[in-house]
Design a protein around this ligand. Structure first.
Ligand SMILES: [Zn+2]
Length: 299
């Protein structure tokens, strides 16, 4: 497919690539026992592998692949095996997180971002532009459009009693992305199993986030002290509860019925560009895990 690369703007043969990297889905499949991957027994590729888009020319695709491989090898797999360690990273980490936030926000933006205010929508375009420049080495750092990485098991340890019992399964077994906003905050959020990448779009109080900020040259991630706004923990607990009620309410008969519905819906999702359709797709990986577009208290 010929077109203009969404990253560098050059014309070329556009590659089909994942919005959320394929190593995440591979790992989930390889390590699956029960849980959402029952849906992946379907031969439908979209269920198994997540969103793919023809966005990038070959050189840009290769550029992203290098960062993905480093993240998978140095961070994702070691910390998935044993979260009680700390691993160091180098300059590739900023590029990787930037590429994740850029892809997720680009995908979500296509659906309109109806819950964002006009000024937040302006900030979305600025963030996408700055992140492109960071990936292309035209800017040394993303400025206020910071990248953050949070291994979620740390949250569980730090918040005894306040989280639902299935939080680990929710954290470990779901994948997805969302754009979250309040009056004072907007960020894009990509959850790859227990790794949460956050790209700041418009955050008034960035200092509420301690230990999560990705540094340009080098840093460490894993077993260390993190502190995040309480709303994030509440949000994750909420989503874990929704996930639990989905899983517990499914009988075997229902399960096969749901699978049929899901397969039917997916054909529609494949054609659709609307946000609701995207959300349905995401729900396969954890019911309502990314349904935050209603203000809290109005569910
Ligand atoms: Zn390109």
């Amino acid at each position: 497919m010929l077109g203009l690369c969404r990253l560098c703007g050059e014309p070329g043969e556009l590659q089909e690539s994942h919005v959320i990297p394929s190593f995440v889905y591979r790992w989930l499949k390889e390590t699956s026992a029960t849980g959402f991957l029952r849906f992946s027994d379907s031969p439908n590729k979209r269920v198994q592998d997540g969103y793919k888009e023809h966005w990038l020319c070959l050189p840009c695709e290769q550029r992203l692949n290098v960062w993905e491989t480093r993240f998978a090898t140095d961070v994702f797999h070691p910390l998935s095996l044993d979260g009680r360690q700390r691993v160091n990273y180098e300059a590739w980490m900023m590029k990787f997180c930037t590429s994740i936030s850029w892809r997720a926000l680009l995908k979500i933006q296509e659906s309109g971002l109806a819950h964002f205010t006009p000024s937040q929508k302006v900030a979305v375009n600025q963030a996408l532009d700055i992140w492109s420049k960071v990936m292309l080495d035209k800017l040394p750092h993303p400025g206020r459009y910071e990248q953050h990485l949070l291994p979620l098991d740390t949250i569980v340890e730090n918040s005894s009693g306040a989280l639902p019992a299935n939080i680990n399964r929710y954290i470990g077994r779901t994948v997805g992305m969302d754009a979250i906003r309040s009056e004072s905050t907007a960020f894009v959020f990509t959850k790859m199993s227990k790794f949460l990448v956050l790209g700041f779009i418009d955050v008034s109080h960035p200092r509420q986030w301690v230990g999560t900020k990705i540094h340009v040259r080098a840093g460490a991630v894993g077993m260390m002290s993190y502190s995040v706004p309480i709303q994030l923990r509440d949000y994750l607990a909420d989503k874990a509860n929704s996930y639990a009620s989905l899983v517990s309410n499914i009988s075997d008969t229902q399960r096969s019925k749901i699978e049929q519905v899901v397969r039917k819906d997916l054909d529609r999702v494949a054609r659709s560009r609307t946000f609701d359709a995207m959300r349905n797709d995401v729900e396969l990986f954890g019911r309502a895990a990314f349904d935050v577009h209603k203000p809290k208290g109005k569910r």
